[in-house]
Write a protein that binds this ligand. Structure first.
Ligand code: ZN
Length: 257
């Protein structure tokens, strides 16, 4: 599997080889564009695709034949939409994992309590979820993770160990911060795209058509459409013999440290 170290090694070897060819048989310096552009392409692909495990291991699915899947929600808590999601999950007695943004918790502490009391898992989705978060240093990412961890700890007295990188983007600094703080990175293999302009029907069909054993579904409890899509997804799962389990149960790893 191609990762950051292998891509970097390939870049160095290719560059040395082209350097030698330039020296001995005087090929054009334009040949250096090959390692430079391919390295750049790998970096962009690896950073943007959490499933590539380019910089760090991310759990995006479970290897199993059992008809079990996990459901996750990012970007909350949201005073308008999180209660709707919690209500549907309660009606169907289904567990979920909420990757919360620290700055969204203030004023919504009761929602964090409700999630925990209902048996749902809470994971870290950074404090700011800033659009520019991927330019942060290792220390910057550690602050983002620690700040949210402290806020959640003060409410439910549990230390989160699950971390979902904002936008699914990983960087070397994010990987180092996550490792230093002993987080498990949780990705997904079904992206609902429930915050796009697609209709609820289309979003539900996209999710349902990809459901298979071991899947981790990504929703957002910040979208008006999510409640309806969630209902359809849970109905499909029930009708087709899929059991919704927690991410801990699916991956057999601890959510809290
Ligand atoms: Zn997010």
């Amino acid at each position: 599997m191609l990762n950051f170290k292998i891509a970097s090694l390939c870049f160095v070897i290719e560059s040395i080889a082209i350097g030698l060819l330039c020296y001995f048989i005087e090929i054009s310096l334009w040949w250096f564009l090959i390692p430079i552009l391919s390295y750049k392409a790998f970096i962009i692909y690896g950073s943007a695709n959490i499933q590539s495990n380019f910089y760090t291991k991310a759990h995006c699915t479970a290897v199993t034949d059992e008809k079990i899947i996990a459901i996750t929600f990012d970007d909350g808590p949201n005073p308008e939409f999180t209660p709707k999601v919690l209500s549907i999950l309660a009606q169907q007695n289904v567990p979920a994992t909420f990757f919360v943004i620290g700055k969204n918790i203030q004023g919504n502490e009761s929602l964090i309590k409700k999630m925990d009391a209902a048996g749902h898992t809470i994971g870290n989705h950074t404090f700011s979820h800033s659009f520019f978060i991927d330019f942060k240093s290792k220390t910057g990412f550690m602050y983002e993770l620690d700040a949210t961890s402290d806020i959640v700890y003060n409410i439910i007295h549990k230390r989160m160990k699950f971390f979902r990188p904002p936008y699914g983007v990983t960087t070397p600094h994010l990987a180092r911060a996550s490792k230093a703080l002993n987080y498990e990175i949780i990705g997904w293999n079904i992206r609902s795209l429930d915050t796009t302009s697609d209709t609820e029907e289309r979003i539900a069909n996209r999710v349902i058509s990809q459901i298979k054993p071991g899947a981790i579904v990504l929703f957002h409890d910040t979208s008006e459409k999510t409640a309806q899509v969630l209902k359809q997804t849970l109905n499909f799962a029930k009708e087709n013999g899929f059991k919704i389990v927690s991410v801990e149960e699916l991956l057999k790893i601890q959510a809290y440290g």
